[in-house]
Design a protein around this ligand. Sequence first.
Ligand code: SIN
Length: 489
Amino acid sequence: MVSPIPPAVAAHVPTGVLVDGQWRPAHSGRTFPVADPATTEVLFEVADGDEQDARDALDAADRAFAEYRTTAPRVRSDLLRAVFDTLVAHTDDIARIVTAEGGKPLAESRAEVLYAAEYVRWYSEQAVRLDGLARRAPAGTHHQLVLRRPVGPAYLITPWNFPIAMIARKVAPALAAGCTAVVKPAQLTPLTTNYVAEIIRAELEARGLPTGAINVVPSSSARTVSGPLLSDPRLRKLSFTGSTEVGRALLKQAADNVLRTSMELGGNAPFLVFADADIDAAVTGAVAAKMRNAGQTCVAANRFLVAEQVAEEFTAKLTAAFAQLVVGHGADAGVTVGPLIEQAAVEHVGELVGEAVDGGATVRIGGDPVDRPGYFYAPTVLGGVAPDARVVTEEIFGPVAPVVSFGDEAQAVALANASPFGLVAYAYTRDVSRALRLAESIDAGMVGINRGMVSDATAPFGGVKQSGLGREGGEAGIEEYLESVYVAL
Ligand code: SIN
């Protein structure tokens, strides 16, 4: 198959390291391949950044911070607004890159570009609305002012599953707050990040702002880049989206310099369907919550907890809905489910399904890899799954929907909370009182009621328990990049 990135777009994808406004080869001269997961064909060779590149990038971010932090809020706002306009104008081009390196269907990639752009627009608006505080101390002895300052150079590590949305929701609040950034994109999907970073670099340059405000170090080794950055006292902020395991290791490293951290980590979202729910609406929501990016999202519904009275109806209708899905190359017309990101993911999903079946689950549809080039696994519904099966207790990150039935609400909540993770939960019920009880009792940073999608650039996204620390998006997202300085006078 020809490259899914049109040549006119491919010509504008930077493949280097971005340091201080310059794209250049890696210090070592080494590169690593970036492949299309739907074909395994190599798309580009990208500069393989190392320790020296990381240090150079932090030098640039630190130098740029001295000037960038003093820019007027309106200047930062206008910068981001221009980036928003450019992203929207290039939606189709960027979507092609997202699909080529990440595999998701083009319609989803376009939606991701617009979702990402919303973060940029929102923080362009927030840049001029940063509140402080001024009041008389209660004893009347002095005044208390609280000023807001950017925390400093930030290290932003982005995942492969949303290569534009995740850089947008970190870089936009960072730049709005007056911070500068070193970005480490996922090894599997650096092309989108580089393309977007070039848009930001060009806008900085056009406005006479320090281009070192954004630096990018792609690398085949996250550790190589993270090590020198996390041990350097000039770095003041770490934001990471990825697995809980890696997040834990980064938190330990960040502790040495007492870094501000935001961690968006693993999930294991329960999707609850009560007997009073609109089952057809629940099935529509289930497909949305499960199948976005072939199930490779932190907010993917991971376990379907369904009231015994409606478990068979829900499972049958979900199976019928999965039968309508079209698996294939994301750039092909009509495709609704793309590949998984790599072969190891196909194997992991296969293991979880195999174990569930050995434990008594029934395959209602799917249950196997798809026999074609690339890393495809068939959309799968498993009925009658044991609550302690690994496919229920572990994050699947694939197109598999295990259905577990429950008796009453108390049991549903207990099952939902039987996880060390707490990113998001979904619940379908027509009972408003129950909906509020669930929102208060389920351990999750986000709850979707009669909705299969909660993600929204203008709302706080984040988890509780081992799903992370801090929030991205909404008013809360920019707080992660600001210090409060109390002045008594
Ligand atoms: C994620 O999966 O990490 C993010 C998904 C989203 O923002 O909707």
